[in-house]
Design a protein around this ligand. Structure first.
Ligand code: ADP
Ligand code: MG
Length: 323
């Protein structure tokens, strides 16, 4: 049964990459890393009831389990190449695995990623993906590179995924399917688009970068802590989608952007005088970018209103093991 499931996954995710010397089927995969490049590795787990609602469509789960990892690679400026998939399932549900693998494969194909191995076990539903990519030596986008005086930028729009979750929680699944703004928000929650092209465009341009998975305050806080600096966010500048604005008032949009999670946009810092170059490169990469504040001396991340006064910020982002 286990091997039927693995075969189901294998046939659906077969990508052709000449650098896969040996993929699914042996004890471990053999991969060629190009000369002059570093291997970039990350992993993320999604547990039912913790990271996704019970009843989430299997195809969406397959997509998102890879997307959150490609987002981590993007935040390093890496080019994704390979992935491994550890799948824990309550039962050997072939139909579930087919749909899961189709969703996974759709995103993998879009980014030229080959699934090269994994593990299949029985237990409470949980998905762990490991993503591997490459990066020219010396061109990574670490968290620790932010300097006082840098401008802070964010790709795309913030808050959509948490907005979708809020609507789902209040109305229940199976509702809102015919409401266009809600459909668009739900797509942001279920099928986030990792900012891979933006990450590549920011190589040797951004000083520091992180993907926004736990909310802007928390994630920008990580950049500041790693870099030994503080930050000021201009609340008026935060980018929201038309769909989020249609469904929520300004205060809710701001709260979602600051402390919601699951946006998978990139937040990065760069010298302010490079703004035009950044805008040109990201537009080229098909990605909206907004300047949302500046890096300052100190250690605190503050949100400022239109008059430059600090405003009370809601609790920071998601953390596991919080008592
Ligand atoms: P082993 O006992 O050596 O760990 P497994 O029986 O777990 O091997 O897996 C057999 C092969 O199938 C290995 O190449 C493994 O990488 C691959 N594999 C297992 N589960 C998955 C999965 N969910 N996705 C992709 N490849 C998988
Ligand atoms: Mg195994």
């Amino acid at each position: 049964m286990e091997f039927d499931l693995i075969e189901t996954i294998r046939v659906r995710t077969q990508g052709v990459r000449p650098d896969v010397v040996l993929g699914v089927g042996d004890d471990a995969a053999l991969l060629d890393v190009p000369a002059g490049q570093r291997l970039v590795a990350c992993t993320d787990t999604m547990v039912e009831g913790v990271h996704f609602l019970p009843g989430t469509a299997p195809g969406d789960l397959g997509w998102k389990s890879l997307a959150v990892n490609l987002s981590d690679l993007a935040a390093m400026g890496a080019e994704p190449a390979w992935a491994l998939l550890a799948l824990t399932l309550p039962t050997a549900d072939a139909r579930f695995v087919e749909r899961f693998a189709d969703g996974f494969a759709e995103l993998a194909r879009a980014h030229g990623v080959a699934l090269v191995g994994g593990d299949t076990t029985q237990g409470p539903l949980s998905v762990t993906v490991t993503a591997l990519g490459t990066l020219p030596i010396g061109e990574s986008l670490p968290r620790a590179g932010a300097c006082a005086g840098d401008a802070i930028f964010v790709t795309g729009t913030l808050g959509d995924a948490v907005g979708a979750l809020r609507l789902l929680r209040s109305r229940g699944p199976g509702t809102g399917e015919r409401n266009p703004p809600e459909v668009a928000l739900r797509a942001r929650l279920n099928r986030p688009e990792p900012r891979v092209a933006a990450g590549l465009a920011l190589r040797a341009l951004a000083n520091a970068c992180i993907d926004v998975s736990d909310g802007l305050l928390a994630d920008l806080g990580h950049v500041c802590a790693a870099s030994g600096v503080g930050a000021e966010i201009d609340m008026e500048a935060l980018p929201f989608s038309a769909e989020l604005r249609a469904a929520f008032d300004e205060a809710a949009c701001r709260e979602f952007a600051l402390s919601g999670g699951d946006d998978y946009e990139l937040c990065f810092t760069a010298p302010a005088q490079r703004q035009a170059e950044i805008e040109a490169r990201l537009t080229n990469a098909g990605c909206r970018v907004t300047r949302i504040g500046c890096i300052v001396a100190g250690t605190s991340v503050r949100a400022l209103d239109a008059n430059g006064n600090a405003i009370a910020t809601p609790h920071a982002g998601w953390e596991h093991f919080t008592p």
